[in-house]
Write a protein that binds this ligand. Sequence first.
Ligand SMILES: [Zn+2]
Length: 440
Amino acid sequence: MSGVHGKDSGLGRRTLLRAVGASGAGVLLSAAAPAAWAAGAPRPASVTAAATGSEAGRTRVHVLVVDGCRPDEITASGTPTLAALREAGTWFPQARSLPVMETIPNHVMMMTGARPDRTGVPANSVYDRALGRVRTLDRPGDLRFPTLLERVRELGLTSASVLSKEYLYGIFGDRATFRWEPEPIVPISGHAPDHYTVDALIAMVDAADPDVCLTNLGDIDRMGHSDLTGTTLRAARQAALLSTDRQVGRFVDHLRDRGLWESTVLIILADHSMDWSLVWKTVSGTRILAGDTELAEHMVVAQNGGADLFSWTGPDAGRSAALARAAALLEAHPGVLSVHAPAQLRLGPEAGDLVAYCAAGWRFTDPYVVSNPIPGNHGHPASEPIPFMVTGGSPLVRKGHTSSEPARTVDVAPTVAGLLGLGAPDGGYDGTARTAAFTG
Ligand SMILES: [Zn+2]
């Protein structure tokens, strides 16, 4: 580890640490305050192990998101590390992602414990009325609710974020005490490969030893989205699963080597799963509404793969009649599963005026029929089931247990807060602490 220095960046004044990752590559970590690294100054493994023994009662919590993984993809042969971790902890086979089943809102729900009508983050892509255009919710100011990452500071604890996707790093901004800025980024996919992300996570553990850490591993999701060859999709997906599984194993081995495993609670889950559609099974919300002149002129679509968000931009007087006509047209179309008012799904005004889900095996493509060529999508109910396990070496973890409770992404924050002794935010949680995963 070397090279702590200050830098005034677009994220404000911060302190950078140039660390060396396990593979020898440089890893750049940042912190809000110059003195922040002192608490986690690099220590030899022997010292760390001794320190762990002397800090009885300390619990380290890692939330590891295997982005886009389906629960049925965790198997002894396909993902041996994850399968073994599942056996060593508590598994929630009924776990679900929440609307809209997209990456940004579900990571936000994990860290806030609140639904999108309170966080302000209902989807990846929304129509921004002030700007008059569709955009990604990737700005720190888009998230209006306190997250665990800054709230743990009330207890004198530290947090870290190791996020492989540029837009996740964007929305969580400098909320964590320690952050990794994803690099190198794969062009088009906008994410860092898992190998680099786990290098950064290991460097983070060594340099900062955070009390709570959120990590996103993006490879499984990106492979599901971007492989276009059809026949080789399954093989490529399995290769991505195995590769990510090995990276999780590398992280767990590192915690064991450093003597940290026995104090670690590891929550592994996905933000949503994935549903694949054939090339002709597409629905264009824009095209469905094109035959109605008023709707064609005044309805804007924010396409989210498995969900389309519609916003009315015409005069208020015509709004309710227009929405009723749009809902009827959409509901009658093949491939559309259902149409909802955002409030029905606990989405706030940022979601627009109507939300349409596609059926399993279909996808939305907007504004044009060719706009979304990717076969793997989520955002719709077919992508709700997620893997969700609470595992780790901590004696608090209930081993070899399966719980039929309906765990959801929004349950992560209250579960972690319960472990750390952190109270609820103003107005309480929308999620439930999953205490079935713990002993005693
Ligand atoms: Zn995702």
